[in-house]
Design a protein around this ligand. Structure first.
Ligand SMILES: [Zn+2]
Length: 345
């Protein structure tokens, strides 16, 4: 049932209306940021179309059809020939296609073209989900266009993407688009608590730092987050000391720019920016809502030490560095430059 899913009430209403009116289109495009539930909504639609004991137009979540649709045999990543194939759920009418090495290839799109022509094996409809549909390469896009033109009335293709603009216009125009929004921190916190995935302060912190992405809130390693945050807080301590502590800053820059920590670099910049914003907001309004609620007192003290204009300037410099990351810069040198320029303000 759609009510089991968190947030995106408008998407729920639209999908329910389609089911009630028996007008589920052959091609749907679910557009919205990563990890906010697009795939869960697609699977819910697949269940609703094939449920053996539906409640109205919605899936029961209990029958063998509903249960099998949520079980996918994940193809092992090291077998390149699997990339050609559809990954099937335990229900023979529900499958998904996923990019391998960041590309969805023409063989995968051709297989979709073939399979969407068949009548359902056991259910009422065949559903094919394309994850990260913006990763279709040009030949695959053309093959998919053919599939969209010839799709059987009992088949549905659901394209998921966080970057709809990267799809061919001709593909977009053949799909009915449903937009998905990030969830609110409250929606995520309630979900985590209700489903006993996290409790109390942990749930609140995960809800705030995941910025609307439930998938992220579930998979976050909060201990690692806190460790990274501690390092970024020490940078802020050094920056806001009466005399900016350059030795400490250079040591922090060395740690942040460390090549071994390549994957941590951008997340840590994000954390640094969030901490600056939190401290700044607290300096303007001590009762305001912040991301790092669990260290509110510490951030209030930091905020009190911020000089006028510094926070905005620092955030702009971090943004600038992030822009440079797109081109291949030396992170270590760039980080030194960033922290020293922040200290010189
Ligand atoms: Zn069912």
């Amino acid at each position: 049932m759609f009510d089991r899913l968190v947030g995106n009430q408008r998407a729920k209403d639209t999908l329910r209306r389609m089911l009630v009116g028996r007008r589920v289109p052959g091609a749907l495009l679910f557009a919205g940021e990563d990890a906010i539930g697009k795939k869960l909504f697609a699977l819910e639609l697949a269940k609703a179309r094939n449920c053996l004991a539906p409640a109205g137009v919605e899936a029961c979540d209990k029958c063998s059809s509903c249960v099998r649709i949520t079980h996918f045999a994940d193809a092992p990543a090291d077998r390149s020939d699997d990339a050609k194939h559809i990954i099937w759920s335990e229900h023979r009418d529900v499958g998904l296609v996923r990019a391998e090495k960041n590309i969805i290839k023409v063989d995968q799109a051709r297989e979709l073209e073939r399979e969407t022509n068949f009548r359902p094996h056991e259910g009422r409809a065949r559903i094919f989900i394309i994850e990260e549909a913006d990763r279709l390469n040009p030949q695959a896009s053309n093959a998919l266009l053919k599939a969209l033109e010839e799709i059987a009335p009992t088949s549905h293709l659901i394209l998921l993407t966080a970057r709809p603009a990267n799809l061919l216009t001709t593909i977009r125009s053949r799909c009915q688009t449903i937009r998905f929004a990030p969830l609110t921190a409250e929606e995520i916190e309630n979900y985590l608590v209700r489903n006993k995935r996290r409790a109390g302060e942990e749930a609140r912190l995960a809800a705030h730092i995941s910025r609307g992405r439930l998938g992220l809130a579930l998979s976050l390693n909060l201990d690692a987050y806190r460790e990274g945050r501690e390092a970024m807080l020490s940078i802020l301590d050094a920056l806001t000391a009466v005399q900016a502590d350059r030795v400490r800053l250079l040591r922090a820059a060395e740690d942040l720019g460390d090549a071994k920590r390549k994957d941590d670099f951008e997340p840590r910049l994000d954390v640094l920016e969030t901490l600056i914003r939190d401290a700044w907001l607290l300096s303007l309004d001590p009762a305001t809502k912040i991301v790092n609620e669990d260290i509110r007192d510490r951030l209030t003290r930091l905020g009190a030490k911020l000089k006028s204009g510094h926070a905005a300037d620092w955030m702009a410099r971090i943004q600038e560095l992030r822009g440079q990351l797109a081109v291949n810069i030396n992170r270590r040198v760039a980080t030194d430059a960033l922290l020293l320029s922040m200290a010189s303000r």
